[in-house]
Design a protein around this ligand. Structure first.
Ligand code: UD1
Ligand code: CA
Length: 479
């Protein structure tokens, strides 16, 4: 085979697979969760890496190498694949995982993936699963620069190169080797170059096939290192490129410890805040605004820190989210106001709605246009119709509330009988007096009025007044 003579393929036909190394335990992160499932702004490291590589136009398939807690990591990879972006060669929802049953090092990881890679298009972009900040634009530039080499890897220069692998170059500036920090010996390798390996590699599958059998684990860690491929490739006369990446080095740093995770999360938070500001989102106290890279906040929306907007949340232009709110997979429509201290999870707030302060919208809560859910109101699998109001101290669970309804203070839908959940229906224009218990299944008809303090166990027909409580009696006081 002609391993180094091919030259750069034209961009149109340059295809590659991406391989995310996510099998390691992460011994420096003392947590029962595998390291790649640790989160930044609510997103796993794996999810961030996955999205970044899957969005590259050259990428056909994304393979995830799993091992430690394989089932958990596989499940997350499947979620990533369903969520998108979808690589060119994958049908939606499909996560391709390869198992490394024993974690014998990053070189061994590549060996485990080789059979799957041989079914692919000849090139592979290998990315450490603990490098969550890689922006796809920078990755794309790396891929362009690396195209045509037998083996290329991203490098950066650090004042404090710490535990990263060092890039050793020859006098002409070509790559001689990557030497792991623990194995680095100034007497043998020369002065510390401060240039490190970022853990992002582009190689021909053929390079891996030829060189992997020659890796050994004779080093300080007793592991097979992917990084040893560099010196092996040089010895074979292959083209090996160490490509320096731009100085925003934080974006390329691996995360190994809780301190590094916190620093990476802050880096991502700032990057997101800068994007939102330049897109025209209004931010108060931006230093405490936390928005997931997957959440959409439209220009003209207004957020007050501290607030947290996670998952696939969406905040429309003209909406206001006041301080101390947490949104997760929530939608807030145009002109809506979410007042302080609200918690919204998988909930929908329609245009011009008012929520809170201190409201909790749980999964399946839907507020239609111009409806109000005020303080200490909780909704779950419940719909509040257009213009309806539940302004104080209310629980609406498994409920369907029509338009123009007034739900008085302290109203509770009693949806659970100890075994099953039942639905409550309140039709258009009904008025529910304060402190009413609606024992489901039950329906309150259109324009009906329920007297305060009622316990409603039977359906209320439309247009009637229902009172379900002990009658007041006024008796003479005993002496
Ligand atoms: C690795 C590089 C180092 C580089 C650094 C950049 C090696 C030998 N060293 O070091 O040169 O500077 O990344 O961040 O590669 N993994 C597996 N299977 C294994 C071992 C690891 O899938 O058997 C995965 C881990 O889950 C992790 C990634 O590979 O996502 C990197 O492993 P890690 O142990 O963190 O490597 P570093 O010591 O950081
Ligand atoms: Ca690492």
């Amino acid at each position: 085979m002609t391993h180094s003579s091919g030259g750069a393929p034209s961009p149109a036909d340059f295809r590659l697979d991406a391989l995310i190394l996510a099998a390691g335990r992460g011994t420096r992160m003392p947590s029962p969760r595998p390291k790649v499932l640790q989160t930044l702004l609510g997103e796993t490291m794996l999810g961030l890496v996955y999205a970044s590589v899957a969005s590259l136009p050259e990428v056909d398939r994304v393979l995830t190498l799993v091992g430690h807690e394989a089932d958990m990591v596989r499940a997350e990879a499947a979620r990533c694949a369903r969520r998108g972006p979808r690589p060119a060669g994958e049908s939606r929802g499909e996560a391709l995982c390869v198992e490394q049953t024993e974690q014998l090092g990053t070189g061994h990881a590549l060996m485990c993936a080789l059979p799957a890679l041989e079914e692919g298009c000849g090139h592979v972009l290998v990315v450490n699963g603990d490098t969550p900040l890689l922006p796809s634009a920078a990755l794309s530039r790396f891929v362009s620069g690396a195209r045509g080499a037998d083996l290329a890897f991203a490098t950066l220069c650090l004042d404090d190169p710490g535990a990263f692998g060092r890039v050793v170059r020859d006098k002409a500036g070509g790559v001689a080797a990557i030497v792991e920090a623990r194995d680095y010996d100034e007497a043998r390798h020369g002065r510390d170059p401060h240039e490190i390996n970022a853990g992002v590699y582009l190689l021909r599958v053929e390079t891996a096939r030829r060189l992997l059998p020659r890796l050994t684990n004779r080093n300080t860690s007793g592991e097979y290192y992917i990084t040893d491929l560099a010196a092996l490739a040089v010895a074979e006369g292959m083209s090996v490129l160490g490509l320096p990446v731009p100085a925003d080095s934080g974006a390329w740093l691996g995360v190994n410890t809780p301190a590094e995770l916190a620093a990476a999360e802050e880096h991502l938070r700032r990057r997101r805040v800068a994007e939102l500001l330049s897109a025209g989102v209004l931010l108060h106290a931006p230093e405490s605004v936390r928005v997931s890279p997957f959440a959409v906040v439209e220009p003209g929306a207004e957020l007050c820190g501290p607030c947290e907007i996670y998952g696939d949340s969406r905040v429309a232009g003209g909406a206001l989210v006041e301080s101390h709110c947490v949104l997760c997979n929530a939608e807030v429509g145009p002109g809506a106001r979410v007042r302080s201290f609200c918690h919204l999870e998988s909930a929908e707030v329609g245009p011009a709605c008012q929520v809170g302060p201190y409201a909790r919208l749980r999964p399946g809560a839907v507020m239609e246009e111009n409806s109000h859910a005020g303080n200490f109101v909780e909704m779950k699998k419940a719909r509040l119709g257009k213009g309806s109001k539940a302004n104080h101290l209310t629980y609406l669970g498994d409920a369907e509330v029509g338009p123009g309804v007034n739900v008085g203070a302290g109203t509770i839908t009693c949806n659970y009988d100890g075994k099953n959940k039942h639905r409550t229906v309140i039709e258009a224009g009904a008025f529910i007096g304060s402190n009413t218990a609606l024992v489901a299944p039950v329906t309150v008809g259109e324009n009906a009025l329920v007297g305060a303090g009622s316990v409603i166990t039977k359906d209320v027909p439309r247009e009637v007044l229902a009172v379900g409580r002990g009658r007041q009696v006024n008796l003479p006081r005993r002496a």
